[in-house]
Write a protein that binds this ligand. Structure first.
Ligand code: SF4
Ligand code: SF4
Length: 350
């Protein structure tokens, strides 16, 4: 009898590039403008996407949670949705998570849910306050939730959109939608940390996750990390890596293999234990730094690559020790956090 492999989280970002929004902070802005108006970045992109989806399905022995991301808006792209729906029916799939701007759900989610295993679908809906009204997003989110999706509304904290985000947060809570509040990046900066650390410390759900987020945004070097052991990143070119920062690194990228290589066997390549991170620049994506061993001991990602829940559902702890990891960019925030948690008893619901 073969020993079952531990569960695997898979983050795949394909190069579907068309989007109906034009957010000023879009991290995929350069890629999208290079392929303006095109559904996919390259002529072979859609075919590679299909191969990758099939490769993920073929990895047997793992329980797999899969986040499918694009450089654009997936609910504009039928070929993308067809692949996601197909994957959701395959064996050993815990969830298929789609990252969307939420603007097309009223039109597109019904037909998609009919094709998919609807109760394995997670929707990570990021609210872009400059591009779309809140009520459209809410209606689409509630509609998808009514058809079985687990829905998370992701709110990005930027100084300019703070009021809109706060209003949206209240509306989501009124409507019974799960909310996730995150730091908005503007190129290499996180402006809200410098301008409104008080708001960050109040709205970011877990102080120790925040501390590690800010640590990773400076450098994760030396941190024990489960990337490559319980998590893989599939790059848009089909290479499989422990994570994006290592897999895309200049010079000597760390890659396990390519999905089109018939001799590549993932299970034999994965690390057996967490490894100390060797990346000296920032690790900015939540999907990736949430693999820090220190966080994985305490938190679990059940149905989403971005949302952590405590393994022990007891009262929230005031984990000020964890914020020792804060670097220079987080010093103001650290003070605000300590101050806030002196004033706020654990479990007060903030
Ligand atoms: S919705 Fe997403 S992909 Fe589209 S412009 Fe905004 S940030 Fe970029
Ligand atoms: S901390 Fe980030 S860069 Fe380092 S191994 Fe983990 S995911 Fe990769």
């Amino acid at each position: 009898m073969t020993t079952p492999l531990p569960p695997l989280d898979v983050w795949y970002c394909c190069d579907q590039t068309l989007c109906n929004f034009n957010c000023p902070y879009c991290a995929a802005g350069l890629v999208r403008s290079a392929h303006k108006g095109k559904m996919w970045a390259g002529n072979e992109s859609a075919a590679l996407y299909k191969k990758v989806i099939e490769w993920i399905a073929a990895q047997s022995g793992f329980e797999k949670g899969v986040r499918l991301q694009t450089f654009g808006e997936p609910f504009l792209c039928d070929a993308f949705l067809e692949g996601a729906a197909w994957l959701s029916h395959r064996a050993n799939i815990r969830f298929v998570e789609l990252v969307t701007n939420g603007s097309r759900l009223l039109q597109e989610y019904g037909p998609f849910a009919e094709r998919a295993e609807a109760d394995r679908i997670t929707l990570w809906i990021t609210y872009h306050a400059t591009e779309c009204d809140a009520e459209t997003i809410l209606k689409g989110a509630l509609f998808a939730q009514s058809l079985g999706a687990l829905v998370i509304i992701n709110l990005l904290l930027f100084p300019q959109t703070l009021q809109a985000v706060l209003v949206m947060r209240d509306r989501c809570l009124e409507e019974g939608l799960k909310v996730h509040v995150d730091l908005g990046y503007l190129q290499q900066n996180i402006p809200i940390v410098h301008e409104r650390p008080d708001i960050v410390s109040r709205l970011y759900q877990w102080p120790d996750v925040l501390a590690m987020h800010l640590t990773a945004a400076i450098t994760p070097f030396g941190q024990a990390c489960h990337a490559g052991q319980a998590f893989i990143r599939i790059l848009e070119n089909g290479y499989v890596a422990p994570c994006g920062p290592l897999g895309q690194g200049a010079g000597h990228p760390v890659r396990f293999g390519h999905v089109l290589d018939p001799d590549f066997h993932l299970a034999e390549s994965l690390y057996k234990t967490p490894k100390a991170c060797t990346h000296r620049a920032a690790c900015r994506c939540k999907e990736e730094f949430l693999n820090f061993a220190v966080l994985q001991k305490k938190y679990v990602r059940q149905r989403s690559m971005g949302l952590v829940e405590p393994r022990d559902p007891g009262p929230a702890t005031n984990d000020t020790d964890a914020i020792v990891g804060l670097g220079a960019a987080g010093l103001k925030l650290k003070k605000a956090l300590i101050h806030h948690h002196r004033l706020t008893p654990p479990g007060s619901g903030q």
